[in-house]
Design a protein around this ligand. Structure first.
Ligand code: OFO
Length: 171
């Protein structure tokens, strides 16, 4: 049986993951509106990845005998000044999510919940990747925004497809 405090904290994290999906979906809408279809597609793949993160927590809570309780998701921003601003925002957001995951690990350790501590290691590793991906792309977009190379980068980014099995294999 899992401690109620841990369940509550994971339920809050499910909300945070769904908010991440929502913010990236909103970014996809903005990028699409700017004619950056490839980048919008990249953001949609990121949205799916966030839904996968939420579902992984959902399944874990159920497996440990806890109860998933969903709450209202805050509305995301809808306007950005540039594509660079979008991806810099995504990088900042991932750093925030990393701090949340670290807080969850701290709580699991405090509760001596070794199973959850171990389960969370997947997210610890995933956040290293999430920060790396968003910061690299933010730098790349910043380098080419306003030049003809932006279209090439847009096309390249449009090739991204989310595959949950690939994410699982990294475990
Ligand atoms: Fe769920 O990792 Fe991004 O937010």
């Amino acid at each position: 049986m899992i401690d109620e405090r841990m369940v509550e904290a994971i339920n809050e994290q499910i909300n945070a993951e769904l908010y991440s999906a929502y913010i990236y979906y909103s970014m996809a809408a903005w990028l699409e509106d700017q004619g950056l279809d490839g980048m919008a597609r990249w953001m949609k793949a990121q949205t799916q990845e966030e839904l996968f993160h939420a579902d992984k927590f959902f399944n874990y809570v159920c497996e440990r005998g806890g109860r998933v309780e969903l709450t209202a998701i805050e509305g995301p921003p809808t306007e950005w000044d540039s594509a660079t601003a979008v991806f810099e925002h995504a990088y900042e957001h991932e750093q925030y999510v990393t701090s949340r995951i670290n807080d969850l690990v701290d709580l699991a350790i405090e509760l001596k919940d070794h199973a959850t501590t171990q389960f969370l290691q997947w997210y610890v590793k995933e956040q290293v990747e999430e920060e790396d991906n968003t910061s690299t792309i933010a730098e790349q977009v910043k380098m080419v925004e306003g030049t003809g190379q932006m279209l090439m980068l847009d096309r390249e980014m449009g090739a991204r497809v989310f595959t949950p099995s690939a994410t699982e294999e990294e475990e």
